[in-house]
Design a protein around this ligand. Structure first.
Ligand code: NAD
Length: 243
Protein backbone atom coordinates (compact mmCIF):
# COMPACT_ATOMS: atom_id res chain seq x y z
CA UNK A 1 0.00 0.00 0.00
CA UNK A 2 1.01 3.61 -0.45
CA UNK A 3 2.40 5.49 2.52
CA UNK A 4 0.00 8.06 3.93
CA UNK A 5 2.81 10.08 5.51
CA UNK A 6 1.81 13.70 5.86
CA UNK A 7 -1.81 13.01 4.86
CA UNK A 8 -4.84 13.96 6.92
CA UNK A 9 -7.70 11.47 7.03
CA UNK A 10 -11.17 11.85 8.58
CA UNK A 11 -13.15 8.76 9.57
CA UNK A 12 -16.82 8.80 10.63
CA UNK A 13 -18.24 6.10 12.94
CA UNK A 14 -14.72 5.58 14.22
CA UNK A 15 -15.42 4.40 17.76
CA UNK A 16 -15.89 0.69 16.99
CA UNK A 17 -15.95 -1.96 14.29
CA UNK A 18 -14.62 -1.21 10.81
CA UNK A 19 -14.28 2.54 11.49
CA UNK A 20 -12.09 1.98 14.53
CA UNK A 21 -9.90 -0.61 12.77
CA UNK A 22 -9.52 1.83 9.88
CA UNK A 23 -8.41 4.65 12.17
CA UNK A 24 -5.63 2.40 13.51
CA UNK A 25 -4.68 1.26 9.98
CA UNK A 26 -4.60 4.84 8.59
CA UNK A 27 -2.41 5.93 11.53
CA UNK A 28 -0.11 2.92 11.04
CA UNK A 29 0.26 3.99 7.38
CA UNK A 30 1.54 7.38 8.57
CA UNK A 31 -1.56 9.56 8.38
CA UNK A 32 -2.90 12.02 10.92
CA UNK A 33 -6.39 10.65 11.57
CA UNK A 34 -9.41 12.51 12.89
CA UNK A 35 -11.52 9.76 14.47
CA UNK A 36 -15.13 10.94 14.81
CA UNK A 37 -18.24 9.32 16.29
CA UNK A 38 -21.18 10.09 18.59
CA UNK A 39 -19.96 7.54 21.16
CA UNK A 40 -17.45 9.65 23.06
CA UNK A 41 -16.76 6.99 25.69
CA UNK A 42 -15.67 4.40 23.11
CA UNK A 43 -13.85 7.04 21.08
CA UNK A 44 -11.82 7.97 24.17
CA UNK A 45 -10.01 4.61 23.97
CA UNK A 46 -8.27 5.93 20.85
CA UNK A 47 -7.13 9.09 22.61
CA UNK A 48 -3.42 9.64 22.89
CA UNK A 49 -2.46 7.07 20.26
CA UNK A 50 0.13 8.28 17.78
CA UNK A 51 -1.36 10.15 14.83
CA UNK A 52 -4.94 9.96 16.17
CA UNK A 53 -7.14 12.91 17.14
CA UNK A 54 -10.64 12.13 18.44
CA UNK A 55 -13.67 14.35 18.05
CA UNK A 56 -17.37 13.97 18.81
CA UNK A 57 -19.31 14.32 15.56
CA UNK A 58 -22.93 13.42 14.85
CA UNK A 59 -23.09 13.04 11.07
CA UNK A 60 -26.88 13.53 11.20
CA UNK A 61 -26.31 17.22 12.00
CA UNK A 62 -25.59 19.61 9.13
CA UNK A 63 -24.28 22.26 11.50
CA UNK A 64 -22.02 19.88 13.41
CA UNK A 65 -20.54 18.49 10.18
CA UNK A 66 -19.89 21.98 8.78
CA UNK A 67 -18.28 23.15 12.02
CA UNK A 68 -16.10 20.05 12.38
CA UNK A 69 -14.71 20.21 8.85
CA UNK A 70 -14.15 23.96 9.09
CA UNK A 71 -12.02 23.35 12.19
CA UNK A 72 -10.15 20.35 10.76
CA UNK A 73 -9.15 22.24 7.61
CA UNK A 74 -7.16 20.28 5.04
CA UNK A 75 -8.46 16.75 4.44
CA UNK A 76 -6.68 14.41 2.01
CA UNK A 77 -8.96 11.43 2.52
CA UNK A 78 -12.44 11.04 3.94
CA UNK A 79 -13.79 7.63 5.00
CA UNK A 80 -17.58 7.80 5.40
CA UNK A 81 -18.14 4.71 7.53
CA UNK A 82 -21.34 5.55 9.45
CA UNK A 83 -24.31 3.30 8.73
CA UNK A 84 -27.12 1.40 10.42
CA UNK A 85 -28.68 -1.98 9.62
CA UNK A 86 -32.48 -2.25 9.80
CA UNK A 87 -34.03 -5.69 9.48
CA UNK A 88 -37.26 -6.44 7.65
CA UNK A 89 -38.89 -6.64 4.23
CA UNK A 90 -40.69 -3.79 2.46
CA UNK A 91 -44.00 -4.79 4.11
CA UNK A 92 -42.46 -4.90 7.59
CA UNK A 93 -40.53 -1.64 7.29
CA UNK A 94 -41.64 1.48 9.11
CA UNK A 95 -41.41 4.71 7.12
CA UNK A 96 -39.45 6.34 9.93
CA UNK A 97 -36.86 3.56 9.67
CA UNK A 98 -36.44 4.25 5.96
CA UNK A 99 -36.09 7.98 6.69
CA UNK A 100 -33.49 7.27 9.35
CA UNK A 101 -31.61 4.87 7.05
CA UNK A 102 -31.50 7.46 4.25
CA UNK A 103 -30.40 10.15 6.66
CA UNK A 104 -27.57 8.15 8.24
CA UNK A 105 -26.51 5.80 5.44
CA UNK A 106 -26.79 8.27 2.53
CA UNK A 107 -27.40 11.93 3.45
CA UNK A 108 -24.65 11.91 6.08
CA UNK A 109 -22.18 11.10 3.29
CA UNK A 110 -23.57 13.93 1.20
CA UNK A 111 -23.12 16.27 4.19
CA UNK A 112 -19.49 15.34 4.81
CA UNK A 113 -18.61 15.33 1.10
CA UNK A 114 -20.11 18.79 0.64
CA UNK A 115 -17.97 19.94 3.54
CA UNK A 116 -14.64 18.53 2.26
CA UNK A 117 -14.96 18.71 -1.49
CA UNK A 118 -14.41 22.46 -2.01
CA UNK A 119 -11.07 22.28 -0.16
CA UNK A 120 -10.02 19.14 -2.03
CA UNK A 121 -10.83 20.83 -5.35
CA UNK A 122 -8.90 23.94 -4.37
CA UNK A 123 -5.84 21.80 -3.63
CA UNK A 124 -6.41 19.66 -6.73
CA UNK A 125 -6.83 16.31 -5.04
CA UNK A 126 -8.51 14.08 -2.52
CA UNK A 127 -9.83 10.60 -1.89
CA UNK A 128 -13.35 9.82 -0.72
CA UNK A 129 -14.23 6.33 0.47
CA UNK A 130 -17.86 5.44 1.16
CA UNK A 131 -19.07 2.44 3.12
CA UNK A 132 -21.64 0.52 1.11
CA UNK A 133 -22.25 -3.23 1.49
CA UNK A 134 -22.58 -6.39 -0.57
CA UNK A 135 -26.21 -6.11 0.56
CA UNK A 136 -27.76 -3.60 -1.83
CA UNK A 137 -26.43 -3.32 -5.37
CA UNK A 138 -24.01 -6.27 -5.58
CA UNK A 139 -26.61 -8.62 -4.05
CA UNK A 140 -30.21 -8.60 -2.94
CA UNK A 141 -30.23 -9.89 0.63
CA UNK A 142 -33.39 -11.13 2.39
CA UNK A 143 -34.81 -9.18 5.31
CA UNK A 144 -32.72 -6.05 4.61
CA UNK A 145 -35.02 -3.77 2.60
CA UNK A 146 -34.17 -0.32 4.05
CA UNK A 147 -30.52 -1.30 4.34
CA UNK A 148 -30.28 -2.64 0.79
CA UNK A 149 -32.02 0.40 -0.72
CA UNK A 150 -29.78 2.87 1.07
CA UNK A 151 -26.52 0.96 0.56
CA UNK A 152 -27.32 0.72 -3.17
CA UNK A 153 -27.79 4.51 -3.12
CA UNK A 154 -24.28 4.85 -1.66
CA UNK A 155 -22.90 3.23 -4.81
CA UNK A 156 -24.87 5.64 -7.02
CA UNK A 157 -23.65 8.57 -4.95
CA UNK A 158 -20.06 7.29 -5.21
CA UNK A 159 -20.15 6.91 -9.00
CA UNK A 160 -21.80 10.27 -9.44
CA UNK A 161 -19.11 12.10 -7.45
CA UNK A 162 -16.42 10.13 -9.27
CA UNK A 163 -17.87 11.10 -12.66
CA UNK A 164 -18.21 14.80 -11.83
CA UNK A 165 -14.71 15.26 -10.44
CA UNK A 166 -12.52 12.62 -12.12
CA UNK A 167 -10.56 15.23 -14.08
CA UNK A 168 -9.96 17.39 -11.01
CA UNK A 169 -7.95 14.99 -8.86
CA UNK A 170 -10.80 13.59 -6.81
CA UNK A 171 -11.22 9.83 -6.48
CA UNK A 172 -14.37 8.42 -4.92
CA UNK A 173 -14.80 4.69 -4.30
CA UNK A 174 -17.13 2.47 -2.29
CA UNK A 175 -16.38 -0.55 -0.12
CA UNK A 176 -18.88 -3.44 -0.11
CA UNK A 177 -18.12 -5.83 2.73
CA UNK A 178 -19.73 -9.18 3.36
CA UNK A 179 -20.40 -10.19 6.96
CA UNK A 180 -17.81 -8.67 9.26
CA UNK A 181 -17.27 -9.27 12.98
CA UNK A 182 -18.22 -6.04 14.78
CA UNK A 183 -20.08 -4.86 17.90
CA UNK A 184 -23.28 -4.18 15.93
CA UNK A 185 -23.14 -7.60 14.23
CA UNK A 186 -22.77 -9.13 17.71
CA UNK A 187 -25.91 -7.30 18.87
CA UNK A 188 -27.82 -8.39 15.75
CA UNK A 189 -26.86 -12.00 16.50
CA UNK A 190 -27.87 -11.66 20.18
CA UNK A 191 -31.17 -10.00 19.23
CA UNK A 192 -32.17 -13.12 17.31
CA UNK A 193 -32.53 -15.14 20.53
CA UNK A 194 -30.44 -18.21 19.70
CA UNK A 195 -26.97 -16.63 19.45
CA UNK A 196 -25.15 -19.78 18.24
CA UNK A 197 -27.74 -20.46 15.53
CA UNK A 198 -27.65 -16.82 14.38
CA UNK A 199 -23.86 -16.89 14.22
CA UNK A 200 -23.86 -20.17 12.28
CA UNK A 201 -26.37 -18.68 9.80
CA UNK A 202 -24.19 -15.60 9.22
CA UNK A 203 -21.10 -17.77 8.75
CA UNK A 204 -22.89 -20.17 6.40
CA UNK A 205 -23.56 -17.38 3.88
CA UNK A 206 -19.82 -16.68 3.68
CA UNK A 207 -18.29 -19.25 1.25
CA UNK A 208 -14.88 -18.92 2.95
CA UNK A 209 -16.51 -20.41 6.03
CA UNK A 210 -15.82 -17.51 8.37
CA UNK A 211 -16.75 -13.91 9.08
CA UNK A 212 -14.49 -11.13 7.86
CA UNK A 213 -12.48 -9.02 10.29
CA UNK A 214 -12.63 -5.25 10.61
CA UNK A 215 -8.87 -5.20 9.95
CA UNK A 216 -9.36 -6.90 6.57
CA UNK A 217 -11.78 -4.15 5.54
CA UNK A 218 -9.51 -1.45 6.98
CA UNK A 219 -6.70 -2.66 4.67
CA UNK A 220 -8.87 -1.86 1.65
CA UNK A 221 -9.76 1.58 3.04
CA UNK A 222 -6.05 2.37 3.41
CA UNK A 223 -5.39 1.14 -0.12
CA UNK A 224 -8.18 3.32 -1.53
CA UNK A 225 -6.96 6.39 0.38
CA UNK A 226 -3.53 6.13 -1.25
CA UNK A 227 -4.36 4.53 -4.62
CA UNK A 228 -3.90 6.67 -7.71
CA UNK A 229 -5.66 5.00 -10.65
CA UNK A 230 -9.06 3.86 -9.45
CA UNK A 231 -12.26 5.83 -9.04
CA UNK A 232 -16.01 5.27 -9.17
CA UNK A 233 -15.72 1.62 -8.21
CA UNK A 234 -17.59 -0.50 -5.70
CA UNK A 235 -15.15 -3.01 -4.17
CA UNK A 236 -16.64 -6.26 -2.95
CA UNK A 237 -14.66 -7.62 0.02
CA UNK A 238 -16.89 -10.40 1.16
CA UNK A 239 -15.27 -13.79 1.64
CA UNK A 240 -16.72 -14.86 -1.68
CA UNK A 241 -20.39 -14.11 -0.88
CA UNK A 242 -20.92 -12.37 -4.22
CA UNK A 243 -19.12 -14.91 -6.42
P1 NAD B 1 -20.84 -0.74 14.13
O1 NAD B 1 -22.17 -0.76 13.47
O2 NAD B 1 -20.60 -1.73 15.22
O3 NAD B 1 -20.52 0.71 14.68
C1 NAD B 1 -21.10 1.83 14.09
C2 NAD B 1 -20.56 3.09 14.73
O4 NAD B 1 -21.29 4.19 14.16
C3 NAD B 1 -20.74 3.20 16.23
O5 NAD B 1 -19.51 3.53 16.86
C4 NAD B 1 -21.76 4.33 16.39
O6 NAD B 1 -21.60 5.08 17.57
C5 NAD B 1 -21.49 5.15 15.15
N1 NAD B 1 -22.60 6.05 14.79
C6 NAD B 1 -23.92 5.75 14.79
N2 NAD B 1 -24.64 6.84 14.49
C7 NAD B 1 -23.75 7.85 14.26
C8 NAD B 1 -23.89 9.22 13.93
N3 NAD B 1 -25.09 9.78 13.77
N4 NAD B 1 -22.76 9.97 13.78
C9 NAD B 1 -21.55 9.41 13.96
N5 NAD B 1 -21.35 8.11 14.30
C10 NAD B 1 -22.45 7.35 14.45
O7 NAD B 1 -19.69 -0.90 13.03
P2 NAD B 1 -19.59 -1.87 11.76
O8 NAD B 1 -20.47 -3.07 11.90
O9 NAD B 1 -18.14 -2.05 11.51
O10 NAD B 1 -20.26 -1.01 10.57
C11 NAD B 1 -19.61 0.13 10.04
C12 NAD B 1 -20.12 0.36 8.63
O11 NAD B 1 -19.86 -0.78 7.84
C13 NAD B 1 -21.62 0.62 8.52
O12 NAD B 1 -21.87 1.60 7.52
C14 NAD B 1 -22.17 -0.73 8.10
O13 NAD B 1 -23.40 -0.63 7.40
C15 NAD B 1 -21.05 -1.19 7.19
N6 NAD B 1 -21.03 -2.64 6.98
C16 NAD B 1 -20.86 -3.49 8.04
C17 NAD B 1 -20.87 -4.87 7.82
C18 NAD B 1 -20.71 -5.85 8.95
O14 NAD B 1 -20.98 -7.03 8.74
N7 NAD B 1 -20.30 -5.43 10.13
C19 NAD B 1 -21.04 -5.36 6.52
C20 NAD B 1 -21.19 -4.44 5.46
C21 NAD B 1 -21.18 -3.09 5.71
Amino acid sequence: AHSLDGKTVVVTAAAQGIGRASVLAFAAAGATVHATDINEAALAELNGQKGIVTRKLDVLSDDAVKAAFAEIGRVDALFNCAGFVHSGSILEMKDEDLDFAFNLNVRAMIRTIRAVLPGMLERGGGAIINMASVAGAPKGVPNRFAYGVTKAAVIGLTKSIAADYVARGIRCNAICPGTVESPSLESRMRAQGDYEAARAAFISRQPMGRLGTAEEIADLAVYLAGATYTTGQAYNIDGGWSI
